[in-house]
Design a protein around this ligand. Structure first.
Ligand SMILES: Nc1ncnc2c1ncn2[C@@H]1O[C@H](COP(=O)(O)OP(=O)(O)OP(=O)(O)O)[C@@H](O)[C@H]1O
Ligand SMILES: [Mg+2]
Length: 237
């Protein structure tokens, strides 16, 4: 890990009213890395991503992107700096077409390396269906549109929240195959997953979360599967 990672989260706590969903979480993502966060339902994974893009009510601690604090800044401003989110549940506009949904990604004003044609290159099926409303697409195709929309913002860091949720294994394989290609285009990736196997297969490093805390981290091939499973499910010492 370099001394100046792209994303540096230090001692982050997230509150919803009095409820503390994250407690003292510290996570780094370096340039060119795919980092995954694994954890069961309610571990705080989505809260972590939402905190990065300024979408939780209250945080304590520090979130730095390229050395600049993101805390207290608005989402559009954060996206403009180069962070994009593929949200949990995709959040497309169902009656808008593929092309219209993707166009919303341009709002940020960043204009960079990733073009529409590049994105259709990752997901050729979207080109065929670009004039079709999003609600007529399969779940996997909708996920591709959500990816495309985030990539059009030309991020340096892509945050992905459970991209495999509700999709068939063959479609999940296809999405996961594209992640290293996206990384090779200069986009670092922070990937949230419940699926331990898939997520560790693609990650350079991982963190495991349980009940709002990080309880294990490392490189997938340097940590035993037993330790990962124990940390994932918790249990009594
Ligand atoms: N808007 C909110 N208001 C109050 N509590 C919330 C809110 N969003 C999340 N929480 C709580 O914070 C905790 C962490 O939720 P979060 O959605 O971050 O978990 P997660 O790891 O993403 O879970 P999942 O795998 O089910 O998506 C949970 O206990 C949840 O009930
Ligand atoms: Mg979640």
């Amino acid at each position: 890990m370099s001394a100046n990672p792209l994303l540096k989260i230090d001692g982050l706590s997230v509150y919803y009213g009095k409820f503390r969903a994250l407690l003292d979480v510290s996570i780094d993502v370096g340039e060119g890395e795919i980092v995954s966060i694994i954890g069961a339902n309610g571990a705080g994974k989505s809260s972590l991503l939402k905190a990065i893009v300024g979408q939780v009510p209250k945080v304590e601690g520090d979130i730095r992107f390229e050395g600049q604090s993101l805390v207290g800044r608005g989402t559009p401003d954060i996206v403009k700096q180069g962070v994009a989110l593929v949200p949990e549940g995709r959040r497309l506009f169902p009656s808008l077409t593929v092309e219209e949904n993707r166009t919303l990604g341009w709002e940020t004003g960043r204009r960079g390396g990733m073009s529409r044609e590049d994105i259709y290159g990752f997901f050729p099926v979207l080109k065929e269906r670009r004039n079709q409303p999003a609600n007529q697409l399969s779940g996997g195709q909708q996920q591709m549109v959500a990816f495309g929309r985030a990539l059009l913002a030309d991020p340096k860091l892509l945050l992905c929240d459970e991209i495999s949720l509700g999709l068939a294994p063959v479609i999940i394989d296809e999405l996961y195959k594209i992640l290293p290609d996206i990384r090779d285009r200069g986009v670092s990736i922070l990937l949230i997953e419940q699926d331990i196997g898939r997520s560790l297969a693609v990650a350079d490093r991982f963190y495991c979360m349980l009940e709002g805390k990080v309880n294990l981290s490392g490189k997938p091939d340097e940590v035993s599967r037993d330790d990962v499973i124990k940390s994932y499910f918790g249990g009594h010492e």
